[in-house]
Design a protein around this ligand. Sequence first.
Ligand code: NAP
Length: 282
Amino acid sequence: MDDLFPFQTLFGIFGWPARHSLSPAMHNAAFRALDLPCRYEAFEVAPHHLPDAVSAIRALGFGGVNVTIPHKQVVIPLLDAVDARAGRIGAVNTIAVTDGRLIGHNTDGEGFLRSLLEAGVDPVLRPVVLLGAGGAALGVADALLDRGVCDLSLRARSLEKIAPVAARLTSAFPAARITTDTLAAPIPTSVLLINATPLGMKPNDPLPCAVESIGPKSVVADLVYRPDETPLLAAAKRRGATIVPGLGMLLHQGALAFEIWTRQPAPVAVMRAALVQVLRRT
Ligand code: NAP
């Protein structure tokens, strides 16, 4: 047994629902690849049971857990501390047990950044248009601005809902130019366009924005990972753009959580293969 894991061999995801999560396949493949005696399970945690479930992290000796919808925000007061990014965006997707303390992290935005860099895209070099103003959009925006993006256009179907997101980001990153607009507003050419709405998950979903101005100098990323190539990505590809599918973010947010828990590099290729395999099956 590895010295790091004399007792803490249990990991998991708390969600409601959680049973369809792809994380167990990805993390268990990583544990097997590194010969770590650990297991990762999906736990269906109803909202009223969240405090008990969080207490159980310590009581049952978990090494760490992921949290997903609807617990990402409400879990924060139940933890001992959160890191700077999770604190700024007010959402946690990874809990680590450090010296008996429960520490909240958010790896979504950094996972997205890693997926861009892996695709050879440096987001700092171009304006960014971000569609959607939910939790994932906020995490991605924070990571991009922290990386040095200085021109960010936030787009959503409701300007009222997007205003507090823009205000929060502007106060954290006062040097950046952060503007708001509707989803229907024109997209400038040569931007990094990111879909952080769920549009594209269902077969008859409309495109989240107009695609006429997308061209060979554009980069289009989609957070939606099922299907792997969304209608937006397919349209962008036809127009010659570089595309970045959502599977990369899913992979890298998991790899970052794995690295926080185990303090060793994640076997990214193994985790990717596990994700691809389970997505093909479902
Ligand atoms: P969320 O908090 O519910 O936010 C969704 C955003 O999309 C909101 O701004 C919402 O606008 C907008 N929206 C929802 N339905 C829409 C529609 N029919 N037309 C236009 N806009 C619509 O969700 P989230 O957690 O941010 O997740 C967003 C997407 O990212 C989901 O598809 C999720 O699966 C994906 N995601 C992927 C990863 C990954 O690892 N690849 C990680 C996290 C999330 P309103 O506020 O007006 O409703």
